[in-house]
Structure formats: structure tokens, C-alpha cells
Design a protein around this ligand. Structure first.
Ligand SMILES: Cc1cc2nc3c(=O)[nH]c(=O)nc-3n(C[C@H](O)[C@H](O)[C@H](O)COP(=O)(O)OP(=O)(O)OC[C@H]3O[C@@H](n4cnc5c(N)ncnc54)[C@H](O)[C@@H]3O)c2cc1C
Length: 338
């Protein structure tokens, strides 16, 4: 096992924040993870599992052993009457997997196109976009326990998926390495077009029944227009979760700000658009030091060049304070802070 020392993580996080990993090991299989767990010195030490670094904020050098997941492989596992099951190694690029399934004539993941990061991290926060969440396409996953080195299979129920949440952010946080993910692509395929911007594309183009490739192209184009490309402008995507409030609280906010963007949920609660709340507080385009709020989408905090994690944190806290001051709502960060 090769232990790399003093590794710069700037290239390993999409925000381009500077930090060093004291030690880093790359794992390309379950056996590699077991070798780390069984290592006489490293076995008991704290670890941080790293995928593509698109959902982390590095505020300092990382002391725990960084376990960089590089498990490869894409394969068709099973074709049933009601669904096709595919399996991907946790180190594969998520977008690469979406492209591969489409190239195989296996639609179902197109709404989740162009989300940065790895396959292994997708279940951690139950990635979602344009009307589809990972849990709706999830079959099972393999993970290796970082205490025992044992491989386990987790079903959808065991993953306890929620809005940008799963057991890997709760009871199992930092305790296991996801090595393989199996996805269930339902048959027959039906496009998911409920999201406003996709409905608009259908209306504009006159295409009422787009195929999966068309939906994929639309999603990629919408995302390109709205979100900064991390290769050009460092960022970690949406910085805050959309807060969920009670109907009473929502009515109170509507009374004061009738244009608040909100989505009623089946259980009677209401989801508010965090980007709208931040924009309403005047943050769009503003900066604190070298960290800023993206001009086209107030939910995204960007590295304007040479920012350090502390600047991003200071900006995030200032935003949280002003949103709390005006709306009485505490915004919760989406990325993992390190
Ligand atoms: C421009 C941009 C747009 C984005 N858009 C979306 C979006 O539309 N929807 C959405 O849901 N997210 C979005 N994100 C967030 C991010 O892409 C996802 O959360 C992604 O799944 C993170 O993958 P990663 O490999 O980069 O994870 P990392 O940032 O490396 O890690 C994130 C967390 O997962 C853990 N982790 C990573 N890999 C493993 C593993 N194999 N086993 C166990 N734990 C692991 C890490 O320890 C950490 O806690 C966006 C980000 C960016 C930069």
C-alpha cells in the first residue's frame, strides 16, 4: 500500500481551496480498503473518505488519513421485465455513468446528468436534480466497514434516504467506504418532465415526447446556463439546503414577502427556495474577501481566485445571519465542512 504524504488537495476539490492531506491512500477495490483497515498503524486512525471533492469545503489541512476512492467499472448486471440493473464502481464519474447508460440504450438517469463527483458519493447525500432523486433509481450498494473491514450490502431501506440525506450522513457518517453502487432503471422508460424548466423546453421546441438523449441535452444546457463550471470558477454547487418550514411559518413569510418561491410538500410542510431567500437579502454578486455569491444563482458560493476555506465560511455565516435576521430561518449548509 502506497501512503502519499503532504498531498495538496487543491486539485481534489472543485472549489479549488488550498489544503494538504498529511497522508493519503488510494483504494481501487474492496481488498484495498481492507488492507487499510488491517494495517497495524493506520487501521485504528481516523479517516476521511474522498470522492471528487465537489461537496466539501476545506477550511484547514486534513489530519485524518484521506482515503481516496478510485474503484472503477461499469457493467450491466441484469435485464428484468420491469427494470435493468447496472453496477458502477464508486470511483467512476457520476456524469460518465449517466453517459454510459445512455450509450448502452439504457435510459433513466438523464435528469441527473452533469452532477459533478463520483458514483460512490451519490448515495451519501441522495443526489437530486430536475425532478429525480437517486433513491428513485437505487437498487443497492456495497460498502466496506472501516472498523471491521467487512463488506456489506445495503438496500434502499437500509440507506434511509431523505432530502440530501442518508444513513451515510447520520449513523454511518465516516464509518464506511462505499465501493459499488447498483442502480435500477425502470422499464418501460417514461420521461420525467414535471420540472418547470423542462416543461418550458417542451413548449419552446414543440417536442411533447422527448427521448432520453433529448432530456439529457436539455438538462446539460440548463445547468451550463445556470451553474458555474468548476473548471473555470471554483464552487461546490448549492451551498445551502432548501429549508422546510411549517405552513403557518410560510404564510407568515408570504404575508411580508408575497413573491417568496415555495413548494408545498405532501406532508403539509413547505420547502422554500434558499437561493431566493439569499437573493432577497441582497447577496447576489457580493463578495467577502475572495469568496463570493455567484451572479446568476445566489445559492452558489464561488472562489473568485485564491480564496481560502475560512473566507468561504465567513461569507456563509454572514449569509446565514442575514437570512435569519430577515426571515427567522436558519440555513443549513449542504457541503461537508472539514
Ligand atoms: C457545480 C456543481 C453542481 C452540483 N449540482 C448538484 C445537484 O444538482 N444535485 C446534487 O445533489 N448535488 C449537486 N452538487 C453536489 C455534488 O456534486 C454531489 O454531492 C456529489 O455527489 C459529490 O460527489 P463527490 O465525489 O465530489 O463527493 P465528495 O465531495 O468527495 O464527498 C462528499 C461526501 O461524501 C463522502 N464520500 C465520498 N465518496 C464516498 C464513498 N465512496 N464512500 C463513503 N463516503 C463517501 C465524503 O466523505 C463526504 O462526506 C453539485 C456540485 C457542484 C460543484
Amino acid at each position: 500500500m502506497l501512503i502519499e504524504r503532504g498531498v495538496s488537495l487543491r486539485e481534489f476539490n472543485t472549489s479549488g481551496l488550498p489544503a494538504q492531506a498529511e497522508r493519503l491512500v488510494r483504494v481501487a477495490s474492496e481488498a484495498d480498503v481492507r488492507a487499510v483497515v488491517d494495517h497495524p498503524k493506520l487501521g485504528r486512525e481516523p479517516k476521511f473518505v474522498l470522492g471528487g471533492g465537489s461537496n466539501i469545503v476545506l477550511t484547514r489541512d486534513v489530519q485524518p488519513l484521506v482515503v481516496k476512492v478510485e474503484v472503477a467499472g461499469l457493467r450491466l448486471l441484469e435485464a428484468r421485465a420491469d427494470a435493468v440493473i447496472v453496477e458502477a464502481g464508486a470511483g467512476e464519474s457520476w456524469h460518465g455513468l449517466v453517459e454510459w447508460t445512455l450509450a448502452q440504450g439504457l435510459p433513466g438517469l438523464e435528469n441527473l446528468a452533469a452532477i459533478p463527483g463520483t458514483v460512490g458519493a451519490a448515495p451519501v447525500q441522495n443526489i437530486g436534480a430536475y425532478g429525480v432523486e437517486l433513491q428513485e433509481r437505487f437498487e443497492s450498494l456495497t460498502a466496506v466497514d472501516l472498523m471491521t473491514g467487512r463488506s456489506v450490502t445495503l438496500s434502499r431501506e437500509m440507506c434511509r434516504f431523505g432530502y440530501r440525506d442518508s444513513v451515510f450522513k447520520q449513523a454511518l457518517a465516516g464509518k464506511s467506504v462505499i465501493t459499488r453502487v447498483r442502480l435500477r432503471l425502470p422499464r418501460p422508460w417514461r420521461p420525467v418532465l414535471g420540472y418547470l424548466e423542462l416543461e418550458r423546453r417542451c413548449a419552446e421546441t414543440g417536442i411533447e415526447q422527448p427521448d432520453a438523449r433529448q432530456v439529457f441535452d436539455w438538462v446539460c444546457a440548463i445547468r451550463r446556463a445556470k451553474l458555474p463550471d468548476p473548471a473555470q470558477v471554483g464552487n461546490a454547487g448549492s451551498f445551502f439546503k432548501n429549508p422546510v418550514v411549517s405552513e403557518v411559518q410560510c404564510r407568515d413569510i408570504i404575508g411580508r414577502d408575497p413573491s417568496v418561491v415555495h413548494y408545498p410538500l405532501p406532508d403539509g410542510s413547505v420547502k422554500l427556495a434558499a437561493g431566493w431567500l439569499i437573493d432577497a437579502c441582497g447577496w447576489k454578486g457580493k463578495s467577502v474577501g475572495r469568496a463570493g455569491v455567484y451572479e446568476k444563482q445566489a445559492l452558489v458560493l464561488v472562489n473568485r481566485g485564491g480564496a481560502i476555506g475560512a473566507e468561504v465560511l465567513t461569507l456563509a455565516r454572514a449569509i446565514q445571519e442575514s437570512v435569519y435576521g430577515r426571515f427567522g430561518i436558519r440555513l443549513e449548509p449542504e457541503p461537508v465542512m472539514l
